[in-house]
Ligand binder design. Structure first.
Ligand code: DOR
Length: 433
């Protein structure tokens, strides 16, 4: 099957150009193919942008074990619609992904169910060092330095030192300091509402944990990725340890803050917590300045019934994969960023950070994970049209301009103008070591 995507505005590594892209056997066969090139299908893409598929390096798809919240089928339909062609998923499922055997089971399950490409982190515990040392078929190790959903937690210094010293895969971590959280919880006392969440999981909690991780990574010369940075203060720590560190930010930390608790309540209860307007502004500015490598979602669905429990029984997390690209493209339309920057944060850099082979750029010979974007399309996010199994979005009612209109996974079209082809299956991503 040869597909010719003709006359698109293509975001290429060397710059954006009006050209055509030929896809054959799941790969990008040619950029700017000869005029006489024949194809089985010609896509007239005049006026549309062609970008590499989004790689979301932080999602929780809940399968196996928590499939009443989300599952691979729903989550990857959401990905297809949102222009996400590869995801890297976190180990806090049931069972947890903490052994090679569990990882292999998850990969096998994903191969039968996922509409887009996939990879899974290995979760660190205080007792699985051998598994972490010998792990294969994974982008890296995930550590919860602070607890979140589930009970994966490694916060003792000695255990952390050993993981950083004795493993070689890249490490990423949820950086909120457990001792600070406990002390804050005590100081806040009986919770009076969800706004307490940002007092308990405060700036200090994020700062202490990120500082601690940066110190470990630097001393052990270990590649480390700081997940979901929520404060400007953490960035100074990251800047100072750049040789070993990369970092990312999530849309909810860019666009929500404590003032949203009044309107959205526990729907914007997340770990790390949302912070203050100054943090939104500071993170947006830091992104534009190139101080943040990746934009990812931390897609973490819970049912509305669960979210509607009174705080603190309400779980932390919100879904986002189907809207993250549009949220960022809307910012492009507002003149805040360029589309090339969005591609760098959401496609190119995640592939580089996690050494994902042949993805993240539109290049001859690379995987044909592609998204056609209509920068003029305006649509409103509505709970009832969400593909995620939990069927709500904290952005319900938000109108955005700039949406994915067609998505290809390894050359197969999985999404076109609102329709999803549920027969498409993604592949296991490969990681260069
Ligand atoms: O709010 C969160 N929820 N943050 C995380 O890091 C985990 C996630 C979840 O799995 O629910």
């Amino acid at each position: 099957m040869r597909t010719l995507i003709e006359n698109a505005t293509v975001v290429l590594p060397e710059g954006t150009a009006k050209t055509s892209v030929l896809v054959e056997d799941g790969r990008i066969a040619a950029v700017d193919p000869a005029a006489h090139t024949r194809a089985d299908e010609v896509v007239h893409a005049e006026g549309l942008h062609l970008i590499p598929g989004v790689i979301d390096d932080q999602v929780h798809f809940r399968e196996p074990g928590l499939t009443h919240k989300e599952d691979f089928a729903h989550a990857t339909r959401a990905c297809a619609k949102g222009g996400v062609t590869t995801f890297l998923e976190m180990p806090n499922t049931i069972p947890q992904t903490t052994t090679q055997e569990r990882l292999a089971e998850k990969l096998a399950l994903a191969a039968t169910k996922c509409l887009v490409n996939f990879g899974f982190y290995m979760g660190a515990t205080t007792s699985n060092l051998d598994e972490l040392r010998s792990a294969t078929r994974t982008p890296g190790i995930k550590i919860f330095i602070g607890s979140s959903t589930g009970d994966l937690l490694v916060d003792e210094q000695e255990a952390l030192e050993r993981i950083f010293a004795e493993t070689s895969l890249p490490i990423c971590a949820h950086c909120e300091d457990e001792a600070t959280i406990r002390a804050n919880r005590k100081a806040v006392g009986a919770p009076s509402g969800v706004a307490d969440h940002s007092r308990i999981r405060d700036h200090q909690a994020a700062f202490v944990a990120t500082s601690r991780a940066a110190d470990l990574a630097t001393r052990h010369r270990h590649r480390f990725h700081v997940l979901h940075v929520s404060t400007v203060a953490e960035l100074a720590v990251i800047d100072a340890a750049r040789e070993y560190l990369t970092c990312e930010v999530c849309p909810h930390h860019l666009f929500f803050n404590v003032s949203d608790y009044e309107r959205l309540g526990t729907l914007v209860q997340m770990n790390p917590s949302v912070k203050y307007p100054e943090d939104n502004e500071g993170l947006l500015k830091a992104l534009a300045e190139g101080r943040i490598d990746v934009v990812a979602t931390d897609h973490a669905p819970h049912t509305l019934d669960e979210k509607n429990r009174p705080y603190p029984e309400s779980p932390s997390g919100l879904p986002a994969v189907e809207n993250s690209l549009a949220l960022m493209l809307d910012q492009v339309n507002r003149g805040r960023f360029t589309i090339e920057q969005v591609v760098t944060w959401m496609c190119t850099n995640p592939a580089r950070v996690w050494n994902i082979r042949n993805k993240g750029e539109i290049r001859e010979g690379w995987d044909a994970d592609l998204v056609l974007v209509d920068m003029n399309k305006t649509a409103t996010i509505l709970n009832e049209s969400q593909e995620t199994k939990c069927r709500w979005s904290p952005w319900h009612g938000t109108e955005l301009t700039g949406w994915a209109v067609r998505t290809w996974v390894m050359g197969r079209e999985v999404f076109r103008d609102g329709r999803i082809d549920g027969t498409v299956r993604g592949r296991e991503a490969s990681f260069d070591v």
